[in-house]
Design a protein around this ligand. Structure first.
Ligand code: RB5
Length: 152
């Protein structure tokens, strides 16, 4: 496997202060699943600005250090908005596994955004598993390829 193929398997993760605890739990879960994780912070309770952490993840995905990502803020909304300003990012705020599945199947989302204050721990963990395990349906449905291409 080449270095860039290995990096494509890396899951980048970042959060603001609202998402620190959920991030730590998800990092541990990803390690338990045998995944390589790039944790971009934040790591403490001090108030930070969520766009800075969206930008950190987008930068890691742009330069190839991570192939896909997870972002967490209080609602998963602001951090997804910031991430989606980057042309190569398709961040989806997901509240349940149906959101996570369809974000992959139809939208080829490459970033899962979660709300630490709005989504329970086990639902968030299930969203991550489904997000990482679900393929884009572009191979079987060219409409999805066309629509995703129009986004960028
Ligand atoms: C931080 O208090 C909160 O505004 C932030 O985590 C997020 O919910 C914004 O979308």
């Amino acid at each position: 496997m080449t270095a860039s193929e290995q990096a494509a398997d890396v899951v980048g993760i970042a959060s603001d202060h609202a998402g620190v605890e959920l991030k730590a739990t998800l990092v541990a879960m990803l390690h338990d699943l045998g995944m390589e994780v790039l944790d971009l912070g934040t790591d403490g309770p001090d108030s930070v600005d969520y766009p800075d952490f969206a930008d950190a993840l987008a930068g890691a995905m742009t330069d190839g250090r991570a192939g896909r990502g997870i972002l967490i803020c209080g609602t998963g909304i602001g951090i997804a908005m910031a991430a989606n300003r980057h042309r190569n990012i398709r961040a989806a705020t997901c509240h349940d596994t149906t959101d996570a599945r369809l974000a992959r199947q139809h939208n080829d989302a490459n970033v899962l955004a979660l709300g630490a204050r709005t989504t329970g721990l086990e639902v968030a963990q299930d969203c991550v598993r489904v997000f990482l395990d679900t393929a884009f349906e572009g191979d079987t449905n060219p409409r999805h390829v066309r629509r995703v291409a129009k986004i960028s």
